[in-house]
Write a protein that binds this ligand. Structure first.
Ligand code: SF4
Ligand code: SF3
Length: 566
């Protein structure tokens, strides 16, 4: 664990300071005119202000909750705002300005409802519960002061703990949003979100309580992932072992990326029988594992790699591309006409598909019309990807898996879930996958898998050596599998299993997944390719001491250590 001080440095020539992802500048924070992801200073400052306002909403909503009041529409609005500020989700200054004005109105409406119900305001109110602006000029003035940014938090341990909570909440918000789109929601999770934001609004919150809130965020994260797991498999069936093609056929195509299965469903309903094929990209790959989508013979296969390869994948794909969630990379000018966003995703200059009408479907006709005018996608590879090893499928193979462990054919499971990203250092994950001895099984979920899911790593008595459970939220499946194995072997502690973690992170969903795993009792997790820049030395020390979290070293050292159970 590196011990030098991380966190905020005084910005030069601007107010921007963002340290939420793994690619942050110098692993400390982006504070130039633009972040590494392409987010501008203007958008970064607007996101800070929006989240600050959401903390104010959390404050009044928590007070209102004491009077039995709960506004689900505003809860979902706040949820979407947290999601919209995830790395690579939305780059539009005008959208963040409009959302902040809406957030202020919603905050003040909840405050009014609380007062009307006889509520008494606290003697001293957090600034986030009070500030105001009437128009875009007012918003601009507030961002110029850096309102709501991390630089206002002087104590680096406080900043670090608050970052862990806020980033965990963002990940949770994304999962809740996807479940909500399929008609599943949880008042408890919304109430927690409000309560957590209320605590973040309190500039003097006790640090011990903030640490408790970090751990509770993990616990609630498990509930959010379970909610989405139930929504996905309840609607689209239980994932099962599936072979996914990566080649193409000579018909026009639409590429769909992101995590939103409901968007995929709407797109397939509107493209069936149209002569237009649908290909998945990045985190949409696991959609193929759900039986429901089998009936659409125009859901052809998966095209390209993880999110960060999208520039070249879009180029050879030739047809339109739909982004249903993060991760969108700022597109080249000539690609913008083929890029469509939906949900919380946005980029100025790219067409946006509006929300689904009550009881209806999103209107994807513009994308379909464009696809028909484009050349078919160019074939860039022709391998098969095997996946679909979510918890029910693996439980169905449990006897085989347990027997393989007992016979010594499987010596160890290595969880390599998480995110992929651009840094060359991530070749480490491909090299680890190749270097792990034959008796090891890799359990994966999230886009981290693209570092090794097309390698010929073979199988152990018919059990593939890479078991892909699905999207990053399906890390929940991996935890359930580990807990079931613990029971199958009669162990009293999941950490006694022949199981190691070598997790890759990039954006804030991975922060939630990490906190969720900690809340379930998993220890000694390796996290790379770097430890988060938002961990202060003090908070990093706490995580090391309590949970044995560690950074990665070299491939050889880490593989040897994992095989030795360390
Ligand atoms: Fe920098 Fe990451 Fe923030 Fe983008 S999301 S500004 S790359 S820290
Ligand atoms: Fe990938 Fe963005 Fe995180 Fe859902 S799509 S895992 S990085």
């Amino acid at each position: 664990m590196r011990a030098e001080s991380r966190g905020a440095r005084a910005p030069k020539g601007g107010t921007m300071f963002c340290h939420q992802c793994q690619e942050t500048m110098r692993n400390q924070g982006c504070n130039a005119a633009k972040g590494v992801c392409g987010k501008t200073q203007e958008v970064s400052d607007l996101q800070d202000l929006l989240l600050y306002t959401c903390k104010g909403i959390g404050y009044w909503a928590t007070k209102a909750g004491e009077k039995g009041l709960f506004d689900e529409e505003t809860a979902f609005f706040v949820d979407r705002m947290l999601f919209a500020t995830i790395t690579n989700a939305n780059f539009s200054a005008s959208e963040f300005t409009a959302w902040t004005l809406e957030a202020l109105k919603r905050r003040d409406a909840i405050k009014a409802a609380y007062l009307k119900a006889g509520g008494k305001p606290d003697a001293s109110l957090p600034a986030a519960a009070l500030w105001s602006a009437n128009d875009a000029e007012g918003i601009k003035a507030a961002t110029a002061k850096g309102s709501g940014g991390w630089l206002a938090v002087q104590d680096e341990d406080r900043r670090s703990l608050e970052s862990l909570v806020l980033y965990g909440l963002k990940g949770m918000a994304a999962y809740i949003e996807h479940a909500y789109m399929i008609g599943k929601s949880s008042k408890e999770l919304f109430v927690f979100m409000f309560r957590a934001l209320a605590m973040l609004a309190d500039e003097a919150a006790d640090k011990a309580k903030l640490l408790d809130l970090v751990l509770e965020t993990g616990k609630q994260g498990v509930a959010a992932m379970a909610l989405l797991d139930g929504a996905n498999s309840g609607t689209y069936g239980k994932p099962r072992i599936t072979q996914v093609k990566t080649g193409t056929r000579g018909r026009p195509g639409i590429l769909i990326s992101g995590h939103d299965l409901r968007d995929l469903e709407d797109l397939l309903e509107q493209t069936k029988g149209s002569g237009v094929d649908v290909y998945t990209h990045g985190e949409m790959l696991p959609a193929h594992y759900y039986p429901y989508f089998e009936k659409y013979d125009n859901l052809y296969g998966n095209y390209g790699g993880a999110w960060w390869t999208q520039g070249k994948d879009i180029e050879t794909f030739h047809g339109p591309v739909l982004f249903t969630s993060n991760c969108l990379v700022p597109p080249k000018e000539e690609q913008k006409a083929r890029i469509f966003t939906t949900g919380v995703v946005g980029f100025d200059g790219c067409a946006h598909i509006g929300d689904r009408p009550e009881g209806g479907r999103k209107d994807f006709s513009a994308i379909i019309a464009l696809a028909k005018k484009c050349q078919p996608p160019e074939q860039i590879e022709d391998v098969t990807i095997t996946g679909g090893f979510a918890h029910d499928q693996v439980m169905a193979l449990a006897d085989k898996v347990v027997a393989a462990v007992k016979s010594g054919a499987i010596k160890r499971f290595v969880v390599m879930a998480g995110c992929d990203a651009r840094q060359p250092a991530r070749a480490y994950y491909t090299d680890v996958a190749k270097a792990l001895p034959e008796g090891t099984v890799i359990l994966t979920a999230g886009c981290a898998k693209y570092r090794y899911n097309k390698l010929a790593l073979g199988d152990i008595g018919g059990i593939p050596r890479v078991l892909d459970a699905g999207q990053c939220n399906d890390s929940y499946s991996l935890a359930l599998i580990a807990l079931a194995l613990k029971d199958a072997f009669g162990l009293d502690d999941v950490n006694k299993l022949p199981l190691s973690f070598d997790i890759a992170w990039y954006e804030q969903k991975a922060v939630l997944v990490l906190l969720a795993l900690l809340s379930l009792g998993f220890k000694n997790i390796r996290l790379g390719p770097t430890l988060p820049g938002f961990l202060s030395p003090g908070v990093a020390k706490t995580l090391v001491e309590a949970f044995g979290i560690k950074g990665i070293e070299t491939v050889d050292k880490d593989v040897a250590a994992m095989m030795a159970g360390k």
